[in-house]
Design a binder for this molecule. Structure first.
Ligand code: PRP
Ligand code: MN
Ligand code: MG
Length: 179
């Protein structure tokens, strides 16, 4: 089935804004976890682009792993159902875990992930996201490293997709849903 693309309306977050926020988060995380054993866990697929930028903005030793989690399927709004497609391979016992996401919207994905890690004998589990839509929250999940706050618009790029497309856009765009 061919997916008819929406038109891109305007840039909401520029490459420079993304870059500056990534550097700021990197400095902040480097200071907080200095001398500790840190594991970054990137949440596929959306988190992959931010993850690769963030890890290079962190100046302390760390290890990485990835999980594949999905809630949206190909629809534009959350279905509420979260599926773990791939768990981590790494042993995170006795380590500090930092979950790396592209967007926190309803909070359902992160809430589910925090529950998932709760019983795994980690020293801590925190959340870092590059984009945050607090106005859409259904569950009040604590975000220790919130990135850029955005309004409740349909956005794509920098990892965020519509029907698995547009993730490769280097900035965050608003999609024209009227067109
Ligand atoms: C998106 C986004 C977050 C999640 C946020 O992922 O990347 O992981 O939704 O939404 P929530 O706060 O309402 O749970 P998606 O499920 O679309 O999978 P993807 O990363 O593979 O696109
Ligand atoms: Mn995601
Ligand atoms: Mg998605």
């Amino acid at each position: 089935k061919l997916i008819v693309p929406y038109k891109l309306k305007e840039i909401l977050v520029t490459q420079a804004q993304l870059h500056n926020k990534v550097q700021e988060l990197g400095r902040w995380i480097s200071a907080d976890y200095e001398g500790q054993e840190l594991v970054l866990i990137g949440i596929l697929k959306g988190g992959a682009i931010f993850m690769s930028d963030l890890m290079r903005a962190i100046t302390i030793p760390l290890s990485i792993d990835y999980m594949s989690v999905s809630s949206y399927g190909t629809s534009a709004t959350s279905s509420g159902a979260i599926v773990i497609r791939k768990d981590i391979d790494a042993d995170i016992r006795g380590k500090h875990v930092l979950i790396v996401e592209d967007l926190i919207d309803t909070g359902l994905t992160l809430n589910h992930l925090k529950e998932h890690f709760r019983s795994r004998d980690t020293l801590s589990v925190r959340i870092c996201t590059i984009l945050n839509k607090p106005s859409r929250r259904q569950i009040d999940v604590q975000v220790e490293y919130p990135g850029i706050e955005i309004p409740d618009a349909f956005v794509v790029g920098y990892g965020l997709d519509y029907a698995d497309q547009y993730r490769n856009l280097p900035e965050v765009w608003v999609v024209d849903t009227e067109g």
